[in-house]
Design a protein around this ligand. Structure first.
Ligand SMILES: Cc1cc2nc3c(=O)[nH]c(=O)nc-3n(C[C@H](O)[C@H](O)[C@H](O)COP(=O)(O)O)c2cc1C
Length: 194
């Protein structure tokens, strides 16, 4: 077979990137949002606070949907709800920080999640400095400042990809979120690593 014919044949054999519009599996109604939320509640996750520079000062929110995406280049992934004030700042200023909370920072997590708490109230009582122009909170288990690489809407959330530009890793146990409750690990306290 000529090289050109082989190319055409390979293309024809390659799986389609998107399933055909008539895929019967996609026409099934699915389990519904309530059942999916029940599933999501069973995902155990670390608790983070994502911060960004807003027009009128620092903004931040509690986020459990954070994960490592790539080491080379270093990329982090966070899922932020549509309409979030913090998301707007992450987009506008093209940078954000992720703080992994310690087990004793439950109050901080609750404050940064409360819809009735102003940005100023969220940051009150917590030392803050700026790294690469982004507000960084004192006292977390570890933090990273990221440059916003991509923001893409999926359903009612936005997937935010950040390129890691600065990192600090401390010691201690992480604050966890599971079954709509805070939790903590047992066992020896891990040392700082990094
Ligand atoms: C433990 C916990 C985890 C949360 N995880 C997320 C998350 O992953 N993504 C998200 O968009 N909101 C999450 N939230 C809700 C936000 O923190 C909340 O909507 C916040 O008020 C948004 O703030 P903002 O609109 O000022 O940015 C979480 C709340 C809690 C208590």
């Amino acid at each position: 077979m000529s090289a050109r014919l082989r190319l055409v044949a390979d293309r024809a054999a390659a799986p389609a990137e998107h399933p055909p519009a008539t895929d019967p599996l996609r026409e099934e109604p699915g389990p519904g949002a309530a059942r999916c939320l029940g599933l999501y509640a069973k995902l155990a996750a670390g608790v983070t606070v994502v911060t960004a520079r807003g027009e009128d000062g620092p903004l931040g929110m509690t986020v459990s949907a954070v994960t490592s995406l790539s080491a080379r280049p270093p990329l982090l992934l966070a899922c932020l709800r549509d309409g979030s004030r913090t998301l707007a700042a992450v987009r506008a200023h093209r940078a954000f920080a992720v703080h992994l909370l310690r087990e004793d920072q439950q109050d901080l997590a609750t404050r940064f999640a409360s819809p009735t708490t102003t940005a100023v109230e969220r940051f009150a009582g917590t030392g803050t400095r700026h790294v690469l122009g982004v507000p960084v909170l004192d006292g977390s288990l570890a933090w990273s400042v990221c440059l916003t690489e991509d923001v893409r809407r999926y359903g009612d959330h936005h997937l935010v990809v950040g390129r890691v530009a600065a990192v600090h890793v401390g010691g201690g146990r992480p604050l966890l979120w599971h079954d709509r409750r805070f939790g903590a690990l047992t066992g020896p306290v891990p040392d700082a690593a990094g």
